[in-house]
Design a protein around this ligand. Sequence first.
Ligand SMILES: O=C(O)CCC(=O)C(=O)O
Length: 290
Amino acid sequence: MEDYSHVQQPDLRYQYQFGMDQLDQMSDCLETHGFAIVKDVLPEQMIDSLKQAVFDGTDPDRTLNQGESGTRHAWVESGAGAWQLLEYHPFMTIHQHLIGTDQVTIHRSAAIIRMPESSPVAWHTDWCGFSEEAPKNSGDVLNRGLWPSGKWFYITGSYPIHGGLCVIEDSHLENWSGPEGFRLTSDKRSFYPEGQEEKAYNGFDVPGIVPLFTNPGDMIIFAHRTYHGAFSNQTDQIRLSCAIGFRNRNHQIDIPWQMPEEGQRFLAELPLHLQRYTHGYTSIDTSWRG
Ligand SMILES: O=C(O)CCC(=O)C(=O)O
């Protein structure tokens, strides 16, 4: 296990944590620094039911072992446990503020379980818009927009020894060329130490790193280009996180895959009053290759 004792909570050189009544400042911070945290979005009882929904959608039979991680793509399709977020006004208010309209559609969603001793997640950007080639996989099709990419709840908290998230300040800027002492990989999706093999870096001794320290009800937001990674989970507590993200529903995406059965079931079963969030819903087929 790596030693994260050197990774401290950053001094608040700039304010990056906001209340629900400061959403304009949240957007300014996101634009300026590439990330922001909204404090106390979720009430206590919702945090507990979301934990259950993350297990139900990601590892219903609880088969994950020590050291493993599990991701459920299109977690919103897993059922009512996830849909409670769509019913929750403060959650939708934040998203509508971020997208700049109430005419939003569900874009992507996911839940992640990271067991004790699970490995770190190497530094990367989710954005695939650097490439001018035809998309090669589902992420490449869906991650080309200019709206925020991360919109996570780390519902067991985010902090370094618990597999928390970290971002690199200013890495959302168009001319960002990697941390000092590092080079961007040729696809620009990650970086590696100068003079070493070109391979996504998973160390945390990186200039500009901002480890995120959040409570279970806080929402972590980052911009489409922001480079991020996650520490290994060195606690004996399972780490849980989930997210549902939106795009402006006028932004149509032509999907090259057939709507998977689970996506079809979701569209049919979602209560009528929530179907305003599924115009142009794409679902995802992670096995699709272009
Ligand atoms: O928290 C994690 O385990 C990783 C999250 C991540 O890499 C992502 O949002 O792309």
